[in-house]
Design a protein around this ligand. Structure first.
Ligand SMILES: Cc1cc2nc3c(=O)[nH]c(=O)nc-3n(C[C@H](O)[C@H](O)[C@H](O)COP(=O)(O)O)c2cc1C
Length: 232
C-alpha cells in the first residue's frame, strides 16, 4: 500500500505486541525521515528512538519503542513537526506497523528541544477498512466552497479529533486557517499547530507534484487564524 492509499485506511493504534521492531526496519524508518518533505526546510528537526522505560505516560498502551521528536519551539517548527511526522505515520502504517501520536507522553530526561512522541510498533489492531470508519466533519464544513480535492485533509487526524482547519478559496489558491478558539485553548498547547501540519501533509502526499506552501497577505476571517496559502 502506498502513502496516498494509507490516508484512507490509517488509524491511531492503541494496542501493541511486546515484540521490538527489527534493525532493518528501523533503518528504513530513519531513511524515510531523512527524505520526508519539510514544510519549513530551514528549521532543525531530528528524531531519536527511545524505549518505553524512558517515557512517562498515563496511557496504558505505550509500545516498547517510541520516536522522540526534537525541534525549535516556534509556530512554524510545530507545524513542521506535524507535516514531517504525519508522513512518517503514514509510512509506518503502509509497511504494516501501527502508530499513534502521543501528546500525553513525556520524556523526563530529554534535552530542552524535545517536543513530541510518536508511538509505533507491531500492532494488534487492523487498519480501517475504508472511509466510512472515520469520524470526521463533512467536506462542506472545512472550506468556504465544497471541494472534493480536500478529502485527504478532511480525513487527517488531530489531537482531540476537533479538526481545527478551514480552507478559503481564492482563484487557484487555497488560504489555510486554524480555529482561533482551539489555537488559544491552553490544554491543547501547541498540538493544534501539529494538527495543521498533519492536515497539510495529507495534501502534500496526495498532490506531491503540485503542492506548494507559502505565506502572503491573506484576507482576515472571523474566528480563524491564518496559517499559510497552498496550491494543490
Ligand atoms: C498531535 C496529536 C497528539 C495526540 N495525542 C494522543 C494521546 O496522547 N493519546 C491518544 O490516545 N491519542 C492521541 N492522539 C490521537 C488522536 O486522538 C487521533 O488521531 C484522533 O482521535 C483521530 O483518530 P484517528 O487517528 O484514529 O483517525 C493524538 C493525535 C495528534 C494528532
Amino acid at each position: 500500500m502506498n502513502l496516498q492509499e494509507t490516508i484512507y485506511k490509517r488509524k491511531s493504534h492503541r494496542s501493541f505486541y511486546e515484540q521490538w521492531v527489527g534493525e532493518e526496519t528501523l533503518a528504513d524508518i530513519r531513511a524515510f525521515f531523512d527524505r520526508a518533505k519539510r514544510l519549513y526546510p530551514e528549521i532543525p528537526l531530528r528524531m531519536e528512538l527511545v524505549e518505553r522505560e524512558q517515557v512517562k505516560c498515563i496511557l496504558p498502551f505505550v509500545p516498547p519503542q517510541c520516536i522522540a521528536i526534537y525541534s525549535e519551539d516556534s509556530t512554524e517548527a510545530w507545524e513542521n513537526i506535524g507535516f514531517v511526522f504525519q508522513q512518517l505515520d503514514l509510512y509506518l502504517q503502509s509497511i504494516g506497523l501501527g502508530s499513534c501520536w502521543l501528546g500525553l507522553g513525556k520524556l523526563p530526561d530529554a534535552e530542552s528541544d524535545f517536543r513530541m512522541l510518536l508511538a509505533f510498533g507491531h500492532s494488534k489492531e487492523a487498519l480501517r477498512s475504508g472511509k466510512a470508519e472515520f469520524k470526521r466533519k463533512d467536506l462542506s464544513e472545512i472550506a468556504d466552497v465544497e471541494d472534493a480535492r480536500l478529502e485527504p485533509a478532511r480525513l487527517a487526524p488531530s489531537a482531540i479529533n476537533n479538526q481545527p482547519w478551514f480552507f478559503v478559496h481564492e482563484e487557484e489558491k487555497l488560504h489555510v486557517y486554524c480555529s482561533t478558539r482551539f489555537l488559544r485553548a491552553r490544554a491543547l498547547g501547541k498540538m493544534i499547530l501539529i494538527d495543521m501540519g498533519i492536515c497539510l501533509s495529507h495534501l502534500y502526499v496526495s498532490y506531491p507534484e503540485t503542492f506548494t506552501f507559502w505565506k502572503e497577505e491573506a484576507p482576515e476571517q472571523k474566528g480563524l487564524t491564518y496559517i499559510g496559502t497552498i496550491r494543490i
